[in-house]
Ligand binder design. Structure first.
Ligand code: FS2
Ligand code: SF4
Length: 543
């Protein structure tokens, strides 16, 4: 196997024997075969659009299938095989429609005609031949950008899928995903063409995130500042992790009146701020921290656990019988909930003891998404103009197991008193329960939401730039980001597309970025690897 799509890749170079995430070589190969076949499906879809043939099923499926290949989403070979077979079935059906509409269905001998084997072993062997380390592209910098594009598309697809689940879609997003994915088969594009496509992924990702923002706020209302208990109360319990708001809503409906409290975990924390979710009295509190601590935290949870999206890790014996997956998530042997019928999860929660005592562990505030922050824009502007607020830091992104991620905790602790910290995504669990006080009635630490809410942070920055009548890069705002998986990759490309400069990125740089590509990023976007909190703070505030 060869996989180097995430930050924890082995030796900072690539997982070759087994994934650091626990991905087995057979699953890695099957995901590579699926990705290869999706390129072919996108070739057909792109030709289809040229002759007026669109197929929503193909579009939705492509995003779901790309989502399954994200880090920590699906580890079940049977699931990936189902996606492989479905890709071919949809591809052949679409070809027939494209042909009937006068399009060409001559795609040479690449992924648009490739036939997967009939057994798992055959498919694994085929997948091993089309992995990222077998890319025939001779130019290492083009290869680097091509792979960046694919990883960015995986992240973008996750956002588009979330938005689609809540009924928000834009055909332009689907068209761009197909076109760019189909381009990865081409061998005639220059380095500059690939730079353009890399930024295009960022541009389209902003639209996908905008759709998701519309979907979340349109369905559940704009998040409002909400106090979330970190302890628990007596009673049966279900823990919901991942990012899917719809799953949480359905679970809340189905548990109503059953004497079960629902707790959020990881990236579900910001859900407490949505009016249409917080109205459920049994959405009680938040349990635990970020994804990489789940083995320890889930082992101690006395109820059922639902993993709605990334990031799942190998279930430990202590909670193997209590955990369920939904959506595109899969782990071999873990029961999967289809069609949002959470009866098995509820049954398991009722069988388990639940919490037998009440423990107060304090609370945190959530709900500082764009509507809340921009609702007090006058106050913010006044505080900046009057000198009460010197600088804003967006300390955001993913968490992970590497010790280098302590940088972010230390950074936030060292941010001077006259500065505000905005945060989002699971990296915040390094400091989310710190009381940083207030400035002029505004909290010094504001949680914008999930990684899925990065659009909200971008809107806050753009609105402030407009209010101050400056370019976004002239705002007293610095981005200090941590990345781990491919959604972070897509967001980073979006920030580059928006021309946002001087981003500090850590804890380490992507293995798939070559020195020359890094040089381009540094020269054009002034992107910087993190150094130490003291040095970075000094440099940022001096500027
Ligand atoms: Fe965190 Fe994991 Fe949010 Fe990422 S829960 S690293 O995939 O999606 O962020
Ligand atoms: Fe390794 Fe990350 Fe790939 Fe898992 S997703 S196999 S940890 S590079």
């Amino acid at each position: 196997m060869f996989c180097y799509q995430c930050e924890q890749t082995a030796k900072g170079q690539g997982c070759t024997k087994i994934g650091v995430c626990g991905k087995q070589p057979d699953v890695a190969a099957l995901q590579d075969l699926l990705t290869y076949l999706l390129k072919g499906l996108s070739q057909v879809a792109t030709e289809g659009r040229r002759v007026g043939v669109k197929d929503r099923q193909v579009d939705v499926f492509t995003c779901e299938a790309l989502f399954t290949t994200l880090t920590n989403v699906n580890f079940d070979p049977e699931d990936i095989i189902r996606f492989i077979r479905k890709t071919v079935e949809l591809r052949e059906a679409l070809k027939a429609k494209v042909k009937a509409a006068g399009g060409s269905v001559d795609f040479g001998d690449g992924p648009a005609v490739f036939q997967p084997g009939s057994t798992q072993a055959e498919m694994v062997a085929q997948g091993e031949q089309v992995g990222f380390d077998k890319d025939p592209e001779p130019d290492e910098d083009i290869r680097s950008l091509k792979h960046t594009v694919i990883f960015g598309l995986r992240g973008l697809a996750a956002y588009a899928d979330h938005a689609q689940i809540l009924g928000r879609e834009d055909d332009a997003v689907y068209a761009a995903v197909h076109e760019i994915l189909a381009d990865t088969v081409r061998t005639d594009l220059s380095l500059n063409d690939w730079v353009a496509r890399t930024l295009k992924v960022g541009e389209v990702n902003i639209r996908a995130m905008e759709l998701l923002d519309e979907a979340n706020t349109g369905t559940y209302g704009h998040p409002v500042p909400t106090k979330v208990p970190l302890g628990h109360r007596k009673g049966k319990a279900i823990l919901v992790s991942g990012h899917d708001l719809k799953d949480l809503e359905e679970l809340l409906k189905q548990t109503e009146g059953k004497g079960i409290d629902v707790y959020t975990h990881g990236e579900m924390l910001p859900c407490h701020g949505y009016p249409e979710l917080k109205k459920y009295g049994h959405l009680y509190g938040h349990y635990g921290t970020a994804w990489q601590n789940q083995a320890k935290e889930f082992s101690q949870f006395p109820g059922a656990i639902l993993m709605t999206t990334n990031c799942i890790q190998k279930p430990q014996d202590a909670y193997k019988g209590n955990i369920f997956t939904s959506g595109v998530v899969g782990w071999p042997g873990v029961p999967h909930i289809s069609n949002r019928d959470f009866t098995p999860v509820i049954q398991r929660a009722l069988e388990l003891p639940g919490f037998t005592d009440e423990v107060d562990k304090g609370s945190v505030m959530v709900g500082f998404a764009r509507n809340t922050v921009l609702g007090v824009a006058d106050k913010v502007i006044e505080a900046v103009k009057g000198g009460a607020i010197r600088h804003f830091f967006l300390v955001a992104g993913c968490d992970g197991a590497k010790p280098g991620r302590n940088y972010y905790t230390e950074f936030v602790e060292k941010v001077p008193q006259d500065c505000v910290v905005l945060t989002l995504a699971c990296g915040k669990f390094r400091f989310f329960d710190k009381d940083l006080g207030t400035i002029g009635g505004l909290p010094r630490l504001m949680d914008v939401g999930q990684c899925n809410d990065a659009y909200s942070a971008v809107q806050i920055a753009l609105a402030l730039a407009k209010a101050f009548d400056v370019d976004v890069n002239q705002l007293p705002l610095s981005l200090v980001l941590s990345w781990y998986e491919q959604k972070a990759c897509a967001i980073l490309l979006s920030l580059l597309h928006l021309g946002i400069k001087d981003i500090r990125l850590g804890p380490s740089l992507p293995a798939f970025i070559t020195p020359n590509v890094l040089k381009v990023l540094v020269e054009n976007f002034d992107i910087k690897p993190i150094s130490t909190p003291d040095e970075d703070l000094k440099a940022i505030l001096a500027a």
